[in-house]
Design a protein around this ligand. Structure first.
Ligand code: ZN
Length: 511
């Protein structure tokens, strides 16, 4: 009679998938509308688009959180227990249950209140940032923080845990505040030290030839060439322009990126494209068996960022990559680069200097921008800082970590969109991803010792195949800690990252 038992379970599994598919389809359709909003939509379309996005998101959420989904997940629990943890089916049940329980915990009224408050807060933030007027934004931020505290209180925190845990868990499932704290606390002195050493050697790198007019079409075409070379499949993707570069996926076979152009600084376009290419390669590489389910996306924000940073910084700011691409760059931009040696170009694209703005920060100083935000977010959530005192605290920490004090709040506490959107818990994933990128890459190098040689010949296939096998194809079956353990045989480690930064920047700055 075992056959009857299992066919019943298979029927239930099919029923579960039948319920999940429309919810997934609606959220992918919403993603297309959001992509259009950032790329081609005329400004007049904004109000109607906001309604359409809200409707699709609500319907998708309602389908996903239906009682029937919960009943099926419960029914399937014994079946799941008999399966291999890493199998498609067990992973589908496990990940769906995690997301289902999270979505069901928060009362719909609170979700709606957050959506409403953040929409007002974002408008207020745009104006406050323009006018560098923190007091004008303060009541909105107080409201957002209060709502996020309420949101976090819908979840149980483990004994000894932090009230910030449920917020971090949204973007980095399976990672606690304490774990992230341990990583960042160990990292901070190394970053502060390296930043200070580089600050004393600023004359060692000249990047003046990057700050010249570069033809916009030529910049764009070269960015496409490099994305194609790295393996981005344009039969299943495309690149468009947007103010803030991003990657979005409508299915495994339609993954799009955006980039931007600074007419007098081509690094902006090229490295944004390559960063987004790293995200897109991940989404294009997910096993098609996972399509139309909650598994058909990257694992977490940190794992996603590990892929973009790996391509942007380790591959494309490395010398082997430019051994292949620099002659092409010189052909395309003879008046700007014709007389610049490869070594000088390589140093210039890695120029490191303390700066006020996170999104413009280099590899060495970037982490300090994140650590500062991570610390302030915890203080906001557990009430250790009054929101009114935030600008002063920000400025003191900036001085301590980067040796700079913002001249105004627009270049300080008001610079990022995240807090206006109540995205608290998101920032740490940027740095976790940077750390993870190097740890993964060291493992790839151990498995494939001639990666540098293949890059120098323009062959990026072996690296992509390795990432496909170990990371991409799994979609979001595994959390960051699970994936790190499977690939590297241990937890997230900072040593490879610190070693990488010291070696690379020690070389460039002659430290
Ligand atoms: Zn990214």
């Amino acid at each position: 009679m075992a056959g009857i038992y299992s066919s019943t379970m298979e029927e239930k599994l099919d029923q579960l998938k039948d319920l999940l598919h429309p919810s997934h389809d609606l959220s992918q359709a919403a993603a297309l509308l959001a992509w259009d909003q950032e790329t081609y939509m005329p400004p007049g379309g904004a109000a109607a688009r906001a309604e359409q996005l809200a409707t699709l998101s609500r319907l998708s959420h309602e389908l996903f959180t239906a009682d029937e989904v919960g009943v099926l997940l419960d029914d399937l629990a014994p079946y799941e227990a008999d399966l291999d943890e890493g199998s498609d089916t067990a992973s589908l049940i496990r990940v769906t249950r995690r997301e289902y329980q999270r979505a069901r915990r928060v009362p719909a009224e609170l979700v709606a209140e957050i959506a409403h408050a953040t929409s007002l807060a974002q408008q207020a933030w745009v104006k406050a940032r323009q006018e560098s007027d923190f007091p004008a934004f303060q009541p909105y931020l107080e409201k957002n923080v209060d709502l996020r505290v309420q949101w976090a209180s819908c979840f149980d925190v483990a004994p000894g845990g932090h009230s910030y845990d449920p917020l971090l868990d949204v973007y980095e499932p399976g990672m606690t505040t304490e774990q992230a704290q341990a990583v960042f606390q160990a990292l901070r002195p190394a970053l502060v030290d390296l930043t200070a050493q580089i600050a004393d050697r600023q004359d060692a790198v000249d990047d003046s030839f990057l700050h010249l007019p570069y033809g916009e079409t030529a910049q764009w075409d070269f960015s496409l060439e490099m994305a194609r070379g790295l393996g981005y499949d344009f039969e299943r993707g495309r690149q468009d322009k947007s103010a803030h570069p991003f990657t979005t996926s409508f299915s495994i076979d339609d993954v799009r990126i955006t980039s931007r152009i600074d007419p007098e600084f081509p690094s902006s376009c090229w490295f944004a494209t390559i960063h987004e290419t790293g995200h897109a390669l991940y989404e294009q590489g997910i096993d098609k068996a996972l399509a139309r389910t909650p598994l058909a996306s990257g694992s977490s924000m940190g794992v996603h960022e590990s892929q973009s940073r790996l391509y942007e910084n380790i591959v494309a700011r490395g010398k082997p990559f430019w051994t292949f691409y620099y002659p092409q760059a010189q052909d395309r931009f003879p008046s700007q680069l014709g007389n610049v040696p490869l070594d000088d170009f390589h140093k210039a694209i890695n120029k490191s200097q303390p700066s006020l703005i996170r999104v413009e920060a280099d590899e060495v100083t970037y982490g300090l921008h994140i650590i500062l935000r991570f610390e302030l977010e915890q203080a906001m959530i557990d009430g250790a800082v009054r929101i009114a005192d935030l600008p002063e605290l920000w400025n003191t920490r900036m001085q301590g970590y980067l040796g700079l004090t913002p001249p105004d709040d627009a270049q300080g506490v008001l610079q990022d969109v995240h807090w206006s959107a109540a995205l608290i818990g998101y920032f740490p994933t940027y740095l976790l991803g940077s750390v993870l990128a190097v740890q993964f890459y060291e493992q790839a190098q151990a498995d494939l010792p001639s990666l540098d040689e293949s890059f120098a010949q323009g062959d990026f296939g072996p690296l992509l195949e390795w990432l496909r096998e170990h990371v991409h194809r799994h979609g979001c079956k595994f959390t960051l800690p699970e994936l790190t353990d499977r690939i590297c045989g241990g937890p997230l480690a900072i040593e490879p990252y610190v070693r990488y930064l010291r070696t690379k920047f020690g070389d460039i700055y002659g430290l």
